[in-house]
Design a protein around this ligand. Structure first.
Ligand code: SF4
Length: 706
């Protein structure tokens, strides 16, 4: 497939944060086909099962929302209306609530799948013109613990390394992640590197023996929730072995002394007992790290989705800091982004506690600077409601209206029945969506049809700070519009100035200007340059001799006030819901290989559904036997919040006392019995406000027909 051919375009996969490049061919019948982009530095032509089937999802319009719909009261059926009518009514309702109850009575709940330009305008609207910080996204459920930890440790929410460091590293510590299934193309690069260099060491930390373990030199099958204990113990052994970087911890980092004290509070043998692994395994992990010239730590939801997610992250980043493995080729802490544009969302400040370009909401000068730039209302100092807080606030009446765009919270939020009650009680719900399937639509007062991937142009940023350009290739079906256009039209109905953008490039240009003189500066990076180069890593400064940035902190100067990194003496406490006599098992949730989030896109593809057709509970055969459960038996899993019924899958690959259920399934034919978030806990990390999806207490019994 030659790029010079007419109707051939490049784009970026819209699933995970790896951010693979695709080449798309538009056929005469209007459908698309695609393949991996061989010239793209991220994937070099490779695509995983999800990426390879993107065109099926894009071509299948059977479930698409085609026109705006509305109802004037909760008892009326939805009816088709014009865009004008839908947006005028929505603006009138929002104005009424804002005038009567204040700007914090409304909120926007968006998604890490939004393009950067979409994020930018919705963030500008609520923070800069409505006067509330009530915008959050489903990235809160996935990345916010890593965001907070990077900021604490490095002074900025920033991934300091790049994918090319994979081929330069000789030790990987993969924890709380199953990249073989969830970030497959990045993992293919690790596999290829290991195959070519058998001395490269791979350590995997996971209570389950996943596919990622198949190439591991060491699998530390820890008890859930003991990550900090393990990381501290490894830190202790590194110090004992003299495998720390003395220059780095003395001259380029603060906190080593306190850190040493805390990691020496427990012996390695005690730590091994708590973690459920052998002491020798902890010592071997430390040996591999200590001997490495290039050391990469990799993690995702297993650390982030925890009641102590920030501390877990810090305990891991510490291992890079004490060994000085940061800011040099083949080294660094690499948080794997779950969603395709979670990082772009943070760049524009699209979370309840952020301002554009990583400015601080609690800094009056930053607020004033952004307000002046936007020319709107005063930016509120109080952080907005986060994902779970929004639904709590709908439940208790503080929040009157919510606008949900590009996400399906009634499958993805923890303790989801609480969220369902919240939407029932909400005075006004706007749902901006591509599909007619999400459960949220049943609670909507206004439904706005949005353009999907390949039907709009814009940019996204992947896990290595790589901004890429996505082409508009197809026309949206019916009257669907790009999300940014919907938000801008609404803002104008509200009477706000500064939303008359001609197209996405103008939105991007404004966003880029606002990053000037910040650590993520892309003010010199035009749409033309991104289009021409296909993708560029930030920061990208004007007139710089080497404008794109592969690696940060090569000069060992960090973005903290002291200019030094912070080694965190984090306490080793777990505040999750503990098992007891009534709920003796630990439930952990996660993804499967061929599905994405709540399956509204991947669930349309037969080939992908064939991998695993229905939800299940993975349980150790030892536990199953005690409960009289055999392979395929229907089981009831109950927590303090509800129950689900799924078939048992017996596997020695999971720790005794732990059960795993995938997160993808929601309501099926009005039954929510496969929806694992009926039973997950909505307890959150106190700093990041990320929920504890990876640990709650449940009971398991075999289902008996009445
Ligand atoms: Fe898409 Fe991620 Fe697969 Fe790459 S690895 S093709 S970005 S889902």
């Amino acid at each position: 497939m030659k790029r010079s051919q007419q109707n051939t375009f490049t784009s970026t996969c819209c699933y995970c944060g790896v951010g693979c490049g695709v080449v798309i061919n538009k056929e005469k019948n209007g459908n698309i086909t695609l393949e991996g982009d061989k010239d793209y530095p991220v994937n070099k032509g490779m695509l995983c099962s999800k990426g390879l089937n993107l065109h099926h999802t894009a071509n299948d319009k059977s479930d698409r929302l085609l026109y705006p719909q509305m109802r004037y009261n909760k008892n009326m059926p939805m009816q088709r209306v014009s865009w004008n009518e839908a947006l005028e009514r929505t603006a009138a309702v929002f104005k009424t609530f804002i005038n009567k109850y204040g700007p914090d009575s409304v909120a926007f709940y968006a998604s890490g799948q939004c393009l950067t330009e979409e994020y930018y305008v919705v963030n500008k609207l609520i923070k800069g013109f409505i006067g509330s910080n009530n915008i959050d996204t489903n990235s809160r459920l996935c990345m916010s613990s890593a965001v907070a930890a990077y900021k604490i440790a490095l002074g900025e929410d920033t991934v300091p390394l790049c994918y090319e460091d994979i081929e330069l590293a000789d030790c990987f510590y993969v924890t709380g992640a199953n990249p073989a299934w969830c970030h497959p193309i990045l993992w293919r690069r690790v596999e290829a590197h290991k195959a070519a260099n058998p001395d490269v060491k791979i350590i995997v930390v996971d209570p389950r023996a996943t596919d990622t373990c198949s190439i591991a030199d060491l699998h530390l099958q820890i008890n859930p929730g003991t990550d900090i204990t393990l990381n501290h113990a490894i830190g202790r052994v590194l110090i004992e072995n003299g495998d720390i970087d003395a220059d780095f911890v003395t001259n380029h980092a603060d906190g080593f002394e306190q850190y040493s004290k805390i990691v020496f509070e427990r012996t390695v043998a005690e730590a091994a007992l708590i973690c459920g692994v052998a002491e020798s395994e902890i010592r071997l992990a430390a040996l591999y790290i200590g001997e490495a010239k290039g050391f990469i730590s990799m993690w995702t939801m297993g650390l982030n989705q925890s009641a102590v997610g920030v501390n877990k992250n810090l305990s891991l980043i510490n291992l890079n800091l004490i060994t000085g493995h940061i800011g040099k080729p083949g080294s660094g802490p690499l948080s794997l982004t779950g969603q395709p544009n979670a990082m772009g969302g943070r760049e524009v400040g699209g979370l309840a506690n952020l301002l554009p370009a990583h400015r601080n909401l609690n800094n009056p000068a930053h607020r004033a600077e952004v307000q002046k730039f936007w020319g709107g209302t005063e930016i509120a100092e109080k952080p907005g409601l986060t994902a779970t807080e929004m639904f709590e606030a709908l439940n208790d009446g503080r929040l009157k209206a919510i606008w949900i765009m590009c996400t399906n919270p009634l499958t993805s939020l923890p303790n989801v029945r609480m969220a369902e009650e919240a939407l029932k009680k909400a005075k006004f719900v706007v749902v901006q969506e591509i599909s007619n399937k999400p459960e949220t639509l049943a609670y909507a007062d206004v439904i706005l049809p949005a353009a999907a991937w390949a039907e709009k142009e814009g940019t996204m940023t992947n896990s290595e700070r790589r901004i890429s350009y996505l082409n508009k290739i197809l026309d949206p079906p019916g009257e669907a519009l790009p999300d940014s256009e919907i938000i801008c039209r609404f803002a104008q109905k509200m009477g706000y100035k500064g939303f008359d953008f001609k197209d996405a490039s103008e939105i991007y240009a404004e966003h880029a200007r606002l990053t000037a003189k910040t650590n993520i500066d892309i003010s010199g990076l035009s749409y033309e340059i991104i289009k021409q180069q296909r993708s560029v890593q930030w920061p990208y400064k004007k007139r710089s001799p080497a404008p794109a940035t592969q690696r940060l902190f090569t000069d060992k100067k960090f973005y903290t006030e002291s200019g030094k990194a912070r080694i965190g003496a984090v306490p080793d406490t777990l505040t999750s819901e503990m098992p007891d006599d009534d709920f003796p098992f630990i439930l952990t949730t996660g993804r499967i290989r061929d599905q994405w989030h709540t399956m509204s896109k991947t669930g349309k593809v037969n080939k992908l559904n064939q991998h695993i057709r229905q939800s299940f509970m993975e349980i150790n055969p030892f536990d199953a036997e005690k409960l009289g459960i055999k392979e395929g038996h229907v089981t009831i899993i109950t927590s303090r919040r509800g129950e689900i019924r799924v078939k048992a899958k017996l596997s020695p690959e999971i720790k005794k006392g732990v059960v795993f259920v995938p997160m993808h399934w929601g309501k099926i034919l009005n039954s929510d019995m496969h929806r694992v978030n009926n039973i997950t806990n909505d307890k959150v990390d106190p700093i990041s406000k990320e929920p504890d999806f990876k640990y709650c207490a449940v009971s398991v019994v075999k289902f008996k027909k009445p």
